[in-house]
Design a protein around this ligand. Structure first.
Ligand SMILES: Cc1cc2nc3c(=O)[nH]c(=O)nc-3n(C[C@H](O)[C@H](O)[C@H](O)COP(=O)(O)OP(=O)(O)OC[C@H]3O[C@@H](n4cnc5c(N)ncnc54)[C@H](O)[C@@H]3O)c2cc1C
Length: 333
């Protein structure tokens, strides 16, 4: 007797470049997991005029695409997307369902998990497998002070939302092919209770932290939020951007949008100032292309100090204050 082949689903969140990147990152991880589980990677894409995404997800690792394409799905509706996904999951019974931890994913995934009576690990920063093939969902807990490894033993699918930047997408490969199933809209779709009146795309900022030439980045060694906020002054003086490490983001000194590293942004500044940062691999993974690094740390042995072109052994907050004062003085002169 041959059992059903396992499948790993990735929900296609394609509505802007950033969200689409997360989907591609999840496809890449799904491909890794599929090799270990002998599973199929399936991308599910819902909306209208989906050809571009069907080709994109094929080129980035999907073996199968489930596409529900209809003009009535042009604009996102939580209600309709949930009905469609619940139906598809119930019919096809995937083992794993991955969704990007974008604003959309954070709204959509818990509702879907509730309908499917399964668990959901939110905001995962890693995925792995147990020796017997269960998905290990690695998620911060207790305010980010601990990482929990969660498995969903009894219910299916094993569901997780995953933070953008956790995995690297595999390069686009035009040669790849996938089975594309174009599925009809179910007849029983009720009228949506929320009606979209107008849709306006947010203006794309040309300047982003990813393409900033100067970045001043702070870590736990800055001691508190007030000290960290001093980085704003330095960034203004140097015409740069502020970045942060994960403990800083978890402590609420800075937003997730300025997190630098494996789970955040990958930067390539011409000059990087690093204040009170140890240089953990998950952080330095995002600094691969910094041209010149100035690090300030009270521990000369810190990895960040060894990576730096200029390593200053000092109290990070003191030195930051001093630098801001000195720059202001020189500007006034
Ligand atoms: C799956 C996973 C993904 C992760 N992703 C990321 C990521 O994307 N980005 C990220 O940053 N981290 C990430 N992390 C966390 C990472 O492992 C480190 O914990 C984090 O980078 C450490 O941040 P930090 O350097 O600010 O803090 P710490 O490691 O605590 O280092 C603080 C540094 O400050 C110095 N210091 C202390 N006091 C002073 C002082 N008064 N003056 C000067 N120096 C001082 C210390 O000597 C030390 O070197 C991830 C972890 C995991 C498990």
């Amino acid at each position: 007797m041959t059992g059903k082949r396992k499948s790993i689903w990735v929900f296609g969140d394609y509505r802007n470049y950033y969200q689409n990147r997360v989907t591609l990152q999840l496809l890449s991880k799904a491909v890794d997991l599929s090799r270990l589980l002998d599973a199929e990677v399936c991308a599910v894409v819902v909306g209208h005029d989906l050809e571009e995404w069907i080709m994109e997800y094929t080129a980035h690792g999907a073996d199968r695409i489930l596409a529900v394409d209809h003009p009535s799905l042009t604009s996102y509706s939580t209600e309709h997307y949930l009905i469609l996904m619940e139906k598809l999951v119930r019919e096809r019974d995937p083992d794993i369902l991955l969704i990007g931890a974008t604003d959309f994913g954070r709204e959509f995934a818990p509702r879907l998990a509730k309908r499917l009576h399964t668990g959901l690990s939110a905001d995962c920063v890693g995925l792995d497998l147990t020796p017997d093939g269960l998905l290990v969902q690695i998620a911060p807990s207790f305010g980010g002070n601990m990482l929990a490894e969660i498995v969903t033993e009894k219910h299916r699918p094993q569901m997780a939302t995953v933070r953008p930047g956790t995995f690297r997408e595999i390069p686009h490969n035009n040669e790849r092919t996938a089975v594309v199933e174009r599925l009809p809209l179910p007849a029983q779709l009720p009228p949506a209770r929320v009606r979209q009146i107008q849709y306006e795309r947010a203006v794309q900022r040309e300047h982003t932290i990813e393409n900033a030439n100067v970045i001043v980045c702070g870590g736990r060694g800055l001691g508190n939020k007030n000290n960290f906020r001093k980085l704003d002054d330095l960034a203004k003086l140097l015409g740069g951007d502020v970045g942060a490490t994960r403990p800083v983001v978890y402590a609420g000194w800075a937003g997730h949008d300025v997190l630098i590293g494996q789970a955040g942004k990958h930067i390539k500044p011409k000059i990087l100032f690093s204040f009170g940062i140890s240089g953990a691999i998950q952080h330095t993974a995002g600094l691969g292309e910094a041209d010149f690094i100035v690090a300030v740390n009270k521990n000369p042995q810190a990895t960040m100090m060894r990576m730096a072109d200029v390593a200053v052994v000092a109290d990070a907050a003191d030195w930051l204050n001093h630098l801001v004062k000195e720059l202001r003085r020189r500007i006034r002169e």
